[in-house]
Ligand binder design. Structure first.
Ligand code: SF4
Length: 493
């Protein structure tokens, strides 16, 4: 087991001012767009694969930060002749982009590496194998010791070094392990343009976390809170717009902790950044995630009410309703403070829909503490949510707390909580029946003539219409609602 040691919180924080505005270029763990983080995703490329093109297969686990990172790895590898493929069998390079947030994450990676070892032995002996992401950061060289099939281990802040790491592997020149925490070096060395598919894209603006919640490994695997320079973000957003992207989700482990000296020599927070990204032509919708209640400042709350491109949906985790548990989790706020914040947010943006994260069975949580979480959900009301049983993360303070709660009790509490949360989600969706919502049309649906898109509240929405509307934002009258999706009829503009 790797013991995770607290790092120097100030080691890589960036406060450098930028020179000029011309040429302008936060886990909780569940980011805005719903995604089952237990289901890995596979990247593919439209690039025609011929014998000269090298093939990279990337399997992505975890949150949207990892989805973004995997896309950027393809951008880094593309200039040296790689294209993404959908299966590992004939890949020259297999990358597992791992997540450390769920229980037994490392063990799951080792099982997957066992399968890859068989594949390499039987089908493709020349295949190179890399482990990236948060498990790579936490386990380090232990991975190569336990799984000799692995050629490279790289932490989340080092994937810009992939080309030199691959060259080193081919030269057989020693251990290829990169687990630095220099987030800014990574962003400085990524290709300026991105290859994107589709009309909605993530854009990382901030990484790392200084909050040290006692259940979470992120501060140890992603490093300190670091904000990307404004110019880089604006350039990347413009590049996305030029490729037809209509919706950008600004992402970060603590996205609302975004803070950097702006081009006008003033400190910019997320609110200021959003108001500038919103000026980019072609970008019609903006979202941001994941926010921390302690970092939702008045500027951001005010922008929520003023900026029409910002969608009325906010993921703002609380984790638990009991002050005693919030303190043990080191969340840094009470339930009353959270509630006061929600009142302010709803005053600024009355149509906002809220999403939250919840953990049940944190060490020491009694039935009465759990009832506080139920009360919180009843009082606040959530349109969507992510809820889990607490599970121990080795190396985090929570792992050594006394009074661990039994699995049976955790399962019972999770069921009661989810019954409530899911009934709220269904009720919210049903409240939209009869309303007309603007839907960003992303693709064809499963049925003939059917289209699929996302509402302002992020629900998947199905309706009939011609495929040439894909990529457009169109009004849809909602006629039917389920817990996870909406159906409707396309309206005239
Ligand atoms: S330590 Fe807390 S605030 Fe930071 S990423 Fe983890 S859960 Fe979120």
């Amino acid at each position: 087991m790797t013991v995770l040691l607290p790092r120097d919180k100030n080691a890589s924080r960036n406060i450098k001012p930028e020179k000029s505005l011309s040429g302008l270029t936060s886990a909780d763990v569940n980011l805005n767009k719903p995604r089952d983080i237990n289901q890995p995703s596979i990247l593919s490329s439209d690039k025609k694969i011929n014998d000269k093109v090298k093939k990279v297969f990337i399997k992505t686990y975890g949150c949207q930060m990892n989805v973004y990172d995997s896309e950027r790895m393809v951008d880094v590898l593309s200039p040296i002749g790689y294209a993404a493929v959908e299966t590992p069998e004939n890949a020259d390079l297999v990358i597992l982009n791992t997540c450390h947030i769920r229980e037994k994450a490392a063990e799951k990676v080792y099982s997957e590496l066992g399968r890859i070892r068989q594949l390499k032995k039987k089908v493709n002996p020349e295949m190179k194998v890399a482990v990236a992401g948060c498990v790579a950061q936490a386990e380090g060289s232990e991975i190569k010791r336990r799984a000799p099939v692995v050629d490279m281990v790289l932490g989340p802040q080092t994937y810009h070094k992939l080309p030199e790491m691959i060259a080193k592997v081919h030269r057989n020149s020693g251990e290829v392990l990169e687990t630095d925490f220099d987030t800014l070096e990574k962003f400085d060395n990524l290709p300026e343009s991105r290859q994107v598919k589709g009309f909605s894209s993530f854009l990382t603006i901030q990484e790392g976390c200084d909050k040290f919640c006692t259940f979470c490994v992120v501060p140890y695997t992603r490093g300190a809170e670091v904000s990307r320079p404004v110019g880089q973000i604006i350039n990347e957003a413009r590049n996305l717009a030029s490729q037809g992207v209509r919706e950008i989700t600004l992402i970060g482990q603590n996205v609302d902790a975004y803070s950097i000296m702006g081009p006008n020599s003033k400190q910019w927070g997320l609110g200021e950044l959003i108001s500038h990204v919103a000026l980019i032509g072609g970008i019609d919708r903006l979202r941001f995630t994941t926010s921390h209640p302690r970092d939702m400042d008045d500027d951001l709350i005010s922008i929520l009410g003023k900026e029409p491109k910002l969608m009325p949906y906010l993921h703002l985790p609380i984790q638990a309703g009991s002050d005693k548990v919030l303190k043990a989790m080191n969340r840094g706020h009470t339930y009353e403070e959270y509630k006061t914040l929600i009142v302010k947010i709803r005053k600024s943006r009355p149509d906002i829909a809220l999403s939250g994260d919840f953990i049940v069975g944190f060490p020491g949580e009694t039935e009465s503490d759990f009832q506080q979480t139920m009360k919180c959900v009843e009082e606040i009301g959530y349109a969507s949510s992510f809820s889990f049983k607490y599970s121990v993360r080795p190396g985090t303070p929570g792992a050594s707390l006394p009074q661990q709660v039994s699995e049976d009790v955790k399962s019972d509490r999770l069921k009661r909580l989810q019954d409530l949360l899911y009934s709220q989600q269904l009720a919210f969706n049903e409240s939209l029946v009869g309303r007309t919502l603007n839907v960003l049309i992303e693709n064809v649906g499963r049925e003939e003539n059917q289209l699929f898109g996302r509402s302002p509240y992020l629900q998947g929405t199905h309706f009939n219409g011609p495929a040439d509307l894909i990529g457009q934002i169109r009004p849809v009258l909602i006629t039917k609602a389920g817990r996870n999706s909406l159906s409707g009829e396309l309206m005239q503009k």
